[in-house]
Design a protein around this ligand. Structure first.
Ligand SMILES: [Zn+2]
Length: 227
């Protein structure tokens, strides 16, 4: 099994490879298995793909940095409050995934235009309280409330948040969400989707294809392409 810092660094590389980097913005976190009220997090001031065991920081559930020499992202509270609210989740991703951000400006619900949309057929919350950055514990708690029991949400005009039991699943949801939004954007450019997956069928398809072996398989595939 990979050590947590290697897994977190790999998650950043996969997300960056798949176009979810926004220069040095965006971040990922992973709860420490032996200290559940602490998590590892990407440091501020560097790209998603630049994480190493040396620059990753450790943060407590209040959002305080407790180890590491590099800076802490101001939006740490997305991670601390989602991990606090969701003991079933150990990994959180926040990126400024461009298709999801642009899609959110349309004010339309996500449709199952492609397979990717099926993963969110059970509901995709949109956080609309602010389009500003999430830089206070209160705003972090509000994001966690909006996320509820879902695995992903869109921060309107800002980015996405995914949360899952594993790092691989949180990354998978981030990739699929951006791709689902891209598919619908393409349909919108052509006048809007006329035919989309039946909601019940889409839910069944999403449930079937949302499995740990698929999460890991895609994560490791993209990682191989990073080399
Ligand atoms: Zn952000």
């Amino acid at each position: 099994m990979k050590d947590p810092k290697t897994l977190l660094a790999d998650a950043g590389r996969v997300l960056a490879h798949e176009g979810q980097g926004d220069y040095v913005a965006g971040h990922v976190s992973l709860r420490l298995p032996d200290a559940p009220d602490h998590f590892l997090m990407k440091p501020a001031g560097m790209g998603l793909e630049e994480m190493t065991a040396e620059n990753i920081i450790t943060v407590d559930i209040e959002g305080n940095k407790v180890a590491g020499t590099f800076g802490r992202h101001n939006e740490v509270f997305i991670h601390s409050e989602v991990l606090r609210a969701r003991p079933d989740c150990h990994a959180v991703v926040h990126t400024h995934a461009i298709y999801a951000v642009v899609f959110s400006s349309l004010g339309k619900p996500l449709q199952a235009v492609s397979n990717d949309g099926a993963f969110f057929a059970g509901g995709l919350p949109v956080f609309s309280e602010t389009t500003d950055l999430i830089i206070t514990p209160e705003r972090g708690k509000a994001v966690a409330r909006t996320l509820g029991k879902h695995g992903a949400l869109i921060l309107r005009n800002h980015g996405i948040v995914t949360a899952a039991p594993t790092m691989e699943e949180a990354v998978y949801l981030a990739l699929k969400l951006n791709q689902a939004c891209q598919a619908q954007m393409m349909a919108e450019w052509a006048g809007g989707a006329k035919l989309v997956g039946d909601p019940a069928e889409a839910m069944a398809k999403g449930a079937y294809a949302n499995r740990p072996d698929i999460h890991t398989g895609i994560f490791n595939y993209v990682l191989r392409r990073c080399k």
